[in-house]
Design a protein around this ligand. Structure first.
Ligand SMILES: Cc1cc2nc3c(=O)[nH]c(=O)nc-3n(C[C@H](O)[C@H](O)[C@H](O)COP(=O)(O)OP(=O)(O)OC[C@H]3O[C@@H](n4cnc5c(N)ncnc54)[C@H](O)[C@@H]3O)c2cc1C
Length: 454
């Protein structure tokens, strides 16, 4: 370890290397509760050259290493393995180029997502990926996790916005990748959770800001009833920019954190945003209201001020859940829309049987559900029951014809279930890909891949 530190200090400068255990504590966590690691050192990278030097040193010394952005991961993908070298990219936060006319920008990985969205909006442009963590998450982390958000259904996830990137990998060194030429490599790097390399630059495609918006909401007696409405709305020809589902526990947690004005005591809420031309928004708002009512929903009055408040509340759900139980494991699955209601019912039933409170919400239009399993860490038996449900949730998603993760990635939380999700030839292909980029299995070992040895 001493030799690795000496090499790092010589390569990037002493002030950019942290090895004091007191400074390292904060790097042992991300936003996932119940997971922690003890890194050996942190490099505060400011340039691609710093990243390349850190990766090369890690390879020479056989040390595991991983990149770290805003550390908002909910799948423990940014929790380091013990003894790992963490490459912190937060100081790489320059917007290198912004071309409003061509609607594209080139940025460093540490740019904070919301800062970038705000910049785009100042130019009349939309950067669609809108994870609820956007005030803290980084573009590099978003690319590494292929982050989505409420806009994903209509405008796509981060992968759809990435038209180029630069990456440092142990196997191939530093490389520049461009859409049209390197599509397969870009599509592998985006979403690879730092297990193939470190993203050092991202080129993003923007789009014009929609000129008009309208927000509609409806409360339902039952969560499953609300989720059944989702498939009907979309089959009916409405393409909402956002269509969010909140169950009763979620709404209750929000109202306990602040009086947002959500309807209490109902089983589920759908919150939708429509955008486009004035005519399109009017037409879709009428069709949406008809579908919501036909499905049994009671329409809520949502003026502009309430809409802004409710979207703010939506972004704060994760924190508000502490009003119900102090801790939680935030699950994330994605199923066909037609299966949303049955999957919701199955997970609620399993949670009830395990005596665990589950708050379920999600980006319903694209089939993403976030079953949050709530527990009190002071009650180890309850914590064990909550973590025991991870396997049940994974199986419920797969049984419904869905996937293990809608947007949070697999990380360390879902890795144990990867072999349930893919057949042996697919798993073998995954291992070959991992080896091509990272022959020694040093990039973020323990995250995502079925195993690191292959
Ligand atoms: C309150 C809350 C709400 C959330 N809502 C959403 C949501 O709506 N949609 C969604 O998709 N996610 C959501 N998330 C999850 C999380 O915010 C996303 O996964 C986000 O993209 C992580 O970005 P980050 O910068 O924090 O990355 P980190 O947490 O630091 O890292 C995540 C992963 O990316 C890797 N990584 C980071 N930077 C790089 C890089 N430069 N190169 C290579 N690998 C890198 C890390 O090694 C790790 O594997 C939410 C999280 C919280 C806490």
């Amino acid at each position: 370890m001493r030799a690795l530190l000496a090499e790092l200090e010589a390569a990037v400068g002493r002030a950019r290397v942290l090895a004091n255990p007191d400074r390292l504590v904060a790097y042992g966590y991300d936003a996932t509760m119940g997971y922690r690691g003890t890194p050996a050192a942190v490099v505060l990278a400011e340039t691609e050259a710093h990243v390349a030097a850190a990766v090369a040193a890690a390879v020479r010394h056989g040390a595991p290493c991983l990149a770290r952005g805003g550390a908002t991961s909910l799948s423990a993908s940014a929790v380091p393995p013990d003894g790992a070298l963490v490459i912190d990219t937060n100081r790489m936060r320059r917007v290198l180029a912004f071309d409003a006319a061509r609607q594209r920008a080139r940025v460093e990985p540490g740019v904070v997502t919301r800062d970038f969205r705000t910049l785009a909006e100042r130019h009349g442009l939309l950067y669609p990926p809108d994870p609820s963590s956007e005030a803290v998450s980084t573009i590099g982390g978003n690319a590494a996790t292929n982050a989505g958000g409420p806009y994903a259904f209509k405008y796509g996830v981060t992968r759809d916005a990435v038209i180029g990137l630069r990456v440092v990998t142990p196997g191939l060194g530093a490389a520049a990748l461009a859409r049209g030429r390197d599509d397969a490599a870009i599509d592998l790097i985006v979403g690879s959770e730092g297990t193939l390399g470190v993203v050092t630059e991202v080129t993003l495609q923007l789009r014009p800001l929609p000129p008009h918006r309208a927000v509609r909401a409806a409360a339902f007696a039952d969560g499953a009833e609300a989720l059944r409405a989702v498939a009907a709305i979309i089959a009916g020809g409405v393409t909402p920019a956002k269509l969010e589902f909140l169950d009763d526990v979620t709404v209750e947690s929000l109202e306990r954190s602040r009086p947002w004005g959500f309807p209490r005591g109902r089983g589920g809420l759908l919150l939708a945003e429509l955008d486009g031309s004035a005519d399109d928004v009017r037409r879709e708002a009428r069709a949406l209201a008809d579908e919501l009512q036909a499905a049994g929903g009671g329409l809520e009055r949502v003026d502009a001020a309430r809409a802004a408040r409710w979207w703010e509340a939506r972004r704060g759900i994760t924190a508000s859940l502490a009003r119900i139980r102090p801790a939680k494991i935030g699950e994330d699955i994605c199923v066909p829309r037609s299966q949303l209601a049955d999957t919701f019912t199955a997970i609620k039933r399993a949670a009830r049987q395990a005596d665990v409170t589950a708050a379920i919400f999600g980006h319903a239009a694209d089939g993403t559900l976030h079953p949050n399993l709530l527990y009190d860490p002071a009650d180890p038996a309850e914590q064990k029951r909550a973590f025991g449900l991870l396997s049940v949730v994974a199986d419920a998603g797969l049984a419904a014809g869905g996937v293990l993760s809608g947007e949070h990635g697999l990380g360390r939380v879902k890795r144990p279930f990867v072999t349930r999700a893919y057949d042996p030839p697919t798993l073998a292909a995954m291992r070959r890909i991992k080896r091509a980029f990272d022959p020694d299995g040093l990039m973020n070992p323990g995250a995502m891949w079925p195993d690191d040895e292959g």
